[in-house]
Design a protein around this ligand. Structure first.
Ligand code: PMP
Length: 375
């Protein structure tokens, strides 16, 4: 019998899928995987109902013109520079295929959103991680000298995620300017994963593209923005002149993203903007963040408060994700899921607060019960 290649053999069930499966199996509250438990907004669902039956065939690989226009208006970029993808996941995979190859190195920050590593390796490249370090309660610091020291003649690209999953960190203007200076000095591509661009709790994050439009590919996700992660609509805003090539590559991956959902997102984007939907979402999430963070602190956990995303990281030595999902009835993601080279401190976990208030309260009750029973 022929054998599978090692790269296929090494693909295992992700920790996110595993924790969701265990949550169902053990009747646990799922604060693991990052998907909202509420239904998407009514204006999005209505747009989808109208689209099914009218927009059912293949879309152009670069995306439905209506969606590229709506996205262009929303993001302040030319619609011709946009490529619609099957979720941000595919966008990041396409960029890996387009921008790196064997022998290349790709810089990224650790803790690292897990798919960046295999996507770089599948492209034949080597991921090189630069650590964000924990500095007491509430902050993850970046030492720009670490980043500069990580650049070699093989470095091709720098992959940034801000607001950052899992830490919730938002990179400052000064840091982004330093990244751009480094990219220009060494002629690197910049990939900016901004899927949480509307989920911030202070000042609006700066988009890297505004500082280096000539070399930045910006990735976004309708699933994250509009609370419909299963719809699989994402996008890449390319530097001028590159969208055609990227669309060519994506047409051999999945040809196009689901057409009715593209049409629905096209209709929903201006409504979301005009009705202040994102602001409402931020308000709701800050309230849930406060609830969860307060409850965790009462249980003795150290909470690293995020500046954006719907995740927080908390540390409680003795807490272990596998035991908690099975015995305490609360699913979380262990920090090891985001580790590449640095061993996370014991008891460091990522919790999603894009869940209902009732679920968060119940999770806290269960954790308190578990603690009282001796853990
Ligand atoms: N980037 C980051 C940082 C994410 O957290 C996620 C989803 N968890 C994605 C990309 C993928 O987004 P999508 O669901 O649109 O594929």
């Amino acid at each position: 019998m022929p054998e599978l290649l090692p790269r296929a053999r090494s693909s295992q069930e992700s920790i996110f899928a595993r924790m969701s499966r265990l949550a169902v199996q053990y009747g646990a509250i799922n604060l693991g995987q990052g998907f909202p438990s509420a239904a998407p907004p009514a204006f999005l669902l209505e747009a989808a109902r109208r689209a099914v039956g009218t927009a059912d065939q293949y879309a152009p690989p670069a995306g439905l013109p209506a969606l590229r226009d709506a996205l262009g208006a929303d993001l302040g970029v030319d619609g011709a520079d946009l490529v619609v993808t099957t979720g941000a996941t595919e966008a990041l995979g396409l960029l890996a295929q387009a921008l790196y190859g064997p022998g290349d190195e790709v810089l990224m920050f650790e803790p690292v959103f897990d798919i960046y590593l295999p996507q770089a390796r599948l492209a034949g490249a080597t991921p090189v991680t630069v650590p964000l370090r924990l500095e007491g309660e509430g902050s993850w610091s970046l030492d720009l000298d670490d980043l500069r020291a990580a650049v070699t003649p093989r470095t091709r690209a720098l992959l940034l995620n801000s607001p950052h999953n899992p830490t919730g960190r938002i990179f400052t203007r000064e840091e982004l300017e330093a990244l751009v200076a480094l990219a220009r000095q060494h002629d690197l591509w910049l990939i900016s994963d901004e899927v949480y661009d509307e989920l911030y709790f202070g000042e609006r994050p700066l988009s890297l593209r505004t500082l280096a439009p000539e070399r930045t590919f910006t990735v976004g996700s309708a699933g994250k923005r509009l609370e419909a992660t299963g719809w699989r609509v994402g996008w890449v805003a390319c530097p001028p002149g590159f969208a055609g090539n990227l669309a060519g590559l994506r047409q051999v991956a999945s040809f196009c993203a689901p057409t009715p959902f593209q049409a629905a997102v096209a209709a929903a984007l201006p409504i979301a903007r005009e009705t202040g939907f994102y602001g409402g979402l931020r308000e709701a999430y800050v309230a849930r963040l406060d609830l969860l963070a307060g409850g965790l602190r009462e249980l003795g956990a150290t909470v690293f408060r995020p500046s954006g995303t719907y995740f927080l990281m908390a540390c409680r030595p003795g807490w272990e994700a596998e035991t908690l999902v099975k015995r305490a009835g609360v699913a979380m993601i262990p920090a090891e899921a985001f580790a590449a080279n640095e061993a996370p401190p014991p008891g460091l976990l990522r919790l999603a607060f894009c869940k209902s208030q009732a679920e968060l309260e119940e999770a806290l009750v269960r954790l308190a019960r578990w603690e009282k029973a001796g853990g």
